[in-house]
Design a protein. Structure first.
Length: 587
């Protein structure tokens, strides 16, 4: 924080900073500047990066404008991006890997509750060496970044997200089969194909029966998204690897592949859903026979069937009969779902059947605004989030541990083009900072079961009354429900804002609270002063003797609380009520 030197109103008027205090502020400003823009001793105009390794902690929460070299060689590091407001739109945070460490242990970046990364509230794993990331805070409360920029290569631009690499095994790679540099940004281990001399190889996550995987030392391991190991290759083999981008901009989930080992009907081995299937007479199968969900269907315009790595040709194509099913045919069930498969070649025990298709029907066979198209299908199943609006007049608390009118500040500016990209953003609009939330029986902090926001207990032991803007005949606000004496306006009067704490659990009546009660009935009492009207003794006082005056009496009316006070016990003024848990969102 910048510290200004107070100069005073005039020379040596004792209202400014003394010389030493001014020097301390100057040094503090320079120390902060050199730390933020350099290494603490020298400026780095090209960019100042601090180094953060696992020894500094597994969690890092940078501030806006900071840059870090993240070293994950000793373990995974989670980076939590700071919570921002419209005032921070355009500010950046930079993270990069200069130690070739992210391929060993991930750098995980996650948004703070209320923000998102590219519209998603989920954390993003970065597991590629030498990545150089710049996160920019944008509207609405969203961090955006360009993926694939590396310190040793050009950026991988989003698009189809498919990379094809072909390797011819050299004599020096004999029985090695270790392939790297498949894709600058790595590959998606769940969406990759490996061919050896044109034959599709099978990947089994159990490793024991797999044709390929990744490598640790000399052992084959599960795919790691960086390298691929194909054992027992020989010189001259051609290895083709098709990988799908790991960037968040592409959609590799549309690619579906199933590898199933066929088991003969007489084999006692039990079929494992998704990994093996029993051979059926006549070659008629449904996708459920291969362990697929009952509602799954292939895309008939983008489907491949392979047996032991050999691609079959669909019936009706390449001069094959459409009725004889010389290779295979795709059919629909009674509900019109494309989930029936007829395989003509005889299958033997141990054969591997591979089914590949692109399940992205939204992008391949449907139009947007046609009858039964994308727009109508999505509108029938999902909440329409295309509505755009502007948002302003939000508040924040300068002290989140003390939410009150005193710590309330208005968030400047207007958020434009707001669109709800996820449920959290919708809930945050319903419960902005300053909102109250009540629960009848759950005492837990709402953040634990709502998944967002910082909440504090509110109005404990108090009843909530609505604020009123009404004025009386003298143009004055309601002294209880229309002002807050804790905050004064520019004229020293209680401000016309909510937050006034009023009322009590119980009260004690004083004499001033009991009205005077007077009766028209008279009674006789001893005269309070002077000589009364009635002398019951019948005697007159002897003026020559100094004695106490004889008692005289007078007539008076009944008068309660007219001249003497009396104490009163407290009594409750709480109306019939029920307690509940009330929370206020503070951040």
């Amino acid at each position: 924080m910048k510290q200004d030197i107070i100069l005073g109103a005039a020379v040596d008027d004792s209202t400014g900073d003394y010389i030493r205090q001014g020097g301390l502020k100057i040094n503090s400003n320079f120390d902060e500047a050199y730390a933020a823009l350099g290494d603490g001793t020298e400026f780095h105009p090209a960019g100042a990066f601090q180094t953060w390794s696992h020894s500094n902690g597994s969690d890092l929460t940078p501030d806006f404008g900071e840059a870090y070299n993240i070293n994950t060689l000793a373990g995974v590091i989670e980076v939590t991006l700071p919570k921002g407001s419209p005032a921070e739109y355009g500010r950046v945070i930079k993270l990069r890997d200069v130690h070739a460490s992210w391929g060993t242990n991930d750098c995980i970046v996650q948004p703070t509750s209320g923000d998102s990364i590219g519209g998603s509230t989920n954390p993003v794993d970065f597991a590629t060496d030498f990545l150089d990331l710049t996160f920019v805070y944008t509207s609405p409360s969203t961090w955006r970044y360009i993926y694939g920029v590396k310190l040793d290569s050009l950026p991988v631009l989003p698009g189809a997200g498919v990379v094809v690499q072909t390797f011819r095994v050299t004599p020096t790679q004999y029985n090695d089969g270790f392939f790297t540099n498949i894709s600058p940004s790595g590959y998606d281990a769940s969406s990759v194909q490996v061919y050896r001399n044109g034959a599709l190889l099978t990947y089994d996550s159990n490793i024991a029966n797999t044709d390929y995987g990744s490598r640790s030392g000399t052992s084959i391991t599960q795919l790691n998204g960086i390298d691929i190991y194909v054992p027992y290759v020989v010189s001259g083999d051609v290895i083709t690897i098709i990988s799908y981008s790991r960037s968040v901009e592409s959609s590799p989930v549309s690619y579906v592949r199933y590898d199933c080992q066929m088991i003969s009907a007489g084999n006692p081995q039990v079929a494992v859903p998704g990994q093996s299937a029993k051979i059926k007479t006549g070659g008629m199968y449904s996708l459920t026979d291969f362990g697929l969900p009952t509602d799954e269907q292939v895309n008939p315009a983008a489907c491949q069937v392979l047996v032991n790595g050999t691609v079959l040709v669909e019936a009706g194509k390449a001069l094959l009969s459409s009725a004889g099913y010389e290779d295979y045919a795709i059919g629909a069930d009674s509900l019109g779902r494309w989930n029936q498969l007829s395989i003509s070649p005889d299958l033997n025990d141990g054969d591997i059947v591979t089914i590949i298709y692109f399940n992205n029907e939204i992008g391949s066979i449907l139009g947007w605004d046609t009858v039964g198209g994308i727009q109508s299908r999505v509108a029938a199943q999902f909440l329409d989030t295309s509505f755009i609006f502007n948002r302003s007049n939000k508040i924040r608390y300068t002290d989140t541990t003390n939410p009150s009118a005193v710590t309330t500040a208005v968030v400047a500016g207007t958020e434009t083009n707001i669109r709800f990209a996820n449920v959290i953003q919708l809930l945050e609009s319903i419960y902005p900072v300053g909102s109250l939330y009540m629960n009848a029986n759950n005492p837990a902090n709402p953040s634990l079961y709502m998944g967002f926001g910082t909440w504090a207990r509110y109005a404990t032991g108090r009843t909530i009354f609505g604020f009123t803007d009404a004025l009386d005949s003298t143009n004055s606000p309601d002294p209880l429900f229309g002002v807050n004496p804790d905050i004064l306006d520019d004229y020293g009067n209680p401000a016309k804002i909510a937050g006034n704490r009023i009322g009590a659990r119980q009260v004690q009546l004083g004499v001033q609270h009991i009205p005077e009660l007077v009766s028209d009935r008279q009674y006789m009492r001893e005269a309070l002063s002077g000589t009364g009207e009635i002398n019951l003794t019948g005697c007159l006082p002897d003026p020559s003797v100094t004695l106490a005056s004889l008692a005289t009496y007078e007539l008076a009316t009944v008068n309660i609380n007219g001249t003497t006070g009396q104490s009163a016990a407290d009594f409750a003024i709480i109306p019939p009520a029920i307690t509940t848990y009330i929370w206020v969102r503070t951040a």
